[in-house]
Design a protein around this ligand. Structure first.
Ligand code: CS2
Length: 505
């Protein structure tokens, strides 16, 4: 530890200069300021800083190039202020099974807060030296109707941005306006790389962008369709939101004050479709897998990892588990996690070179990681955005193939129980879902499992027809929900974990 450690009584220097770091801390193996920006990233939150920015940092170290990242934060200026004060530098703490390590990431050049300077954000995205636009903005930020694939005209940001396309606030509006500027200036189109947990995320984004553009200028839409590329990608790294402890721990490790450190697990994965308009950073050298089609990887990850995550978040939160690791310590819950992964794996097409049992075992290890404080409440957020791809699609397929749909029914019942907004001991919590007001409205006065089921399945566009039409699905979910409400969450979990696994209903 160097002399700047707080216990020494000396003021702690701010992380804005690599020379201020404690000796021995791993720093970028390249001179960051020797590289210009080549990427704009929308949503420079913790996940981006634990994932794409790290792959880019490694690619810069291994192969160089003008590939630093300009971040654009859409909602908060705090992250922009903090990262800019630190010259884009931040600490990455990796917590693996065999201990933790810290390193400094240098790939972020600066961050623009779009709320403060929208024109600077658009100009950065329209700059022809930016060849790749990436994003992690969460499922809800797109304003795309996932049933039609078109823009969601109930989304306020979309309505605003379509009315004033040159003053956009949202993701689609910003992308389309920056592409319009490129088109008018005669510049090339970029590769637009979605990194959110959506199935076929590149296709979804492309359809949304084209529909938005078509509503403003059909010729622009044609140009985007012909020239821009929207590869799909699967991203994976468990990254809890940083806590006070993260900041303190980081200061002890690096001897500097870092306001935006990230704590993550050792595991990381990025699979991208190899369809780039132009050059890209040497991400391959940094461990990215380039494949012709990402869909089977995405399906595996969404259904096995994220699906199990959502189930354990609702069941775990309601039974008093603060963190995922607590869930895994509970014998009954951890059995349910395993059952869920097995049922999810059974809905997948075989994937060359991947054994789903091994993948599941690795996931269980990752969920058990005692050094990762991943809150069930964090994962429980935005259920209406997550359920379709994580739980409802595999449920439809399991029902159709007469497979084991019960774990999906359990997870959906747990979500419905969670939607009531109170625990068994009547403590209330905020749902943190874009549809939370609608949910509260439809659930008002509903006390029975049947009533709650009917109200939530009537939310427009959420539940697919095959589930709405399936009597056996309905009976199963209602029965589990009824047990949750009458016997309590813990008893239901115990009963569910002890059922014979492949028993259907
Ligand atoms: C989680 C994901 O919060 C959630 O919904 O399921 O953020 C998950 O941790 C990541 O997708 C892991 O790659």
């Amino acid at each position: 530890m160097n002399s700047s450690h707080p216990t020494s009584g000396q003021p702690v220097p701010r992380l804005d200069d690599l020379n201020k770091l404690a000796t021995g801390v791993r720093r970028p193996a390249y001179q960051p300021t020797n590289h210009k920006a080549g990427i704009v990233h929308l949503g420079p939150g913790a996940f981006h800083r634990a994932h794409q920015a790290v792959y880019t940092d490694e690619a810069l170290a291994l192969s160089g190039g003008d590939w630093r990242i300009i971040g654009i934060s859409l909602r908060s200026r705090a992250i922009a202020d903090a990262l800019n004060r630190q010259n884009g530098l931040y600490s990455l703490i990796e917590n693996g099974a065999d201990g933790s390590s810290v390193r400094i990431i240098g790939s972020i050049e600066r961050v623009i807060a779009a709320v403060e300077d929208r024109q600077a954000a658009i100009a950065a995205m329209a700059d022809p030296s930016i060849r790749v636009i990436t994003m992690t903005v969460t499922e809800k930020a797109y304003g795309i109707d996932r049933v039609t694939g078109q823009v969601d005209m109930d989304d306020e940001t979309i309505v605003h941005d379509l009315a004033q396309p040159q003053q956009p606030n949202g993701v689609l509006g910003l992308i389309v306006e920056s592409l319009r500027l490129r088109w008018q200036a005669g510049h090339g189109a970029p590769t637009v790389l979605c990194c959110d947990n959506l199935p076929e995320n590149g296709e979804v984004l492309k359809a949304g962008v084209l529909d938005f553009a078509r509503r403003t200028d059909p010729m622009l839409a044609d140009w985007i369709d012909e020239h821009a590329s929207f590869p799909s990608s699967m991203v994976d790294r468990i990254t809890p939101a940083a806590s006070e402890e993260t900041l303190v721990r980081c200061q002890q490790l690096i001897g500097c004050d870092d306001q935006v450190p990230v704590e993550t697990e050792a595991f990381t994965q990025w699979v991208i479709e190899d369809r780039f308009v132009d050059e890209r950073p040497d991400w391959q050298a940094a461990g990215v897998m380039f494949v012709p089609s990402v869909a089977p990887f995405e399906q595996m990850k969404l259904r096995m990892l994220n699906g199990a995550h959502s189930m354990l978040a609702y069941a775990g939160f309601l039974s008093g588990c603060t963190y995922v690791r607590d869930v895994m310590e509970d014998r009954n819950l951890s059995r349910l996690v395993q059952h869920h992964m097995q049922a999810a794996a059974a809905t997948l097409q075989p994937l060359d070179g991947v054994d789903f049992d091994t993948y599941a075992d690795d996931l269980l290890q990752r969920f058990r990681n005692p050094a990762i404080a991943h809150e069930t409440y964090q994962i429980a957020m935005d259920g209406t955005e997550k359920l379709p791809q994580r739980l409802l699609s595999p449920a439809v397929e399991a029902l159709a193939s007469k497979g084991n749909y019960r774990p999906f029914a359990f997870a959906v019942a747990a979500w419905m129980r969670y939607c009531t907004g109170r625990t068994d001991s009547a403590e209330s919590y905020v749902l943190r879902d874009p549809k939370q007001e609608q949910i509260a409205d439809v659930l008002r006065g509903q006390e029975t499992a049947e009533g709650i089921y009917n109200a939530l399945t009537a939310l427009p566009g959420l539940f697919p027809d095959p589930l709405l039409e399936s009597a056996v699905w309905r009976e199963t979910v209602v029965a589990i929900l009824d047990t949750l409400l009458t016997d309590g969450v813990a008893a239901t979990i115990a009963a569910e974990a002890n059922r014979r696994q492949h028993q259907q209903v």
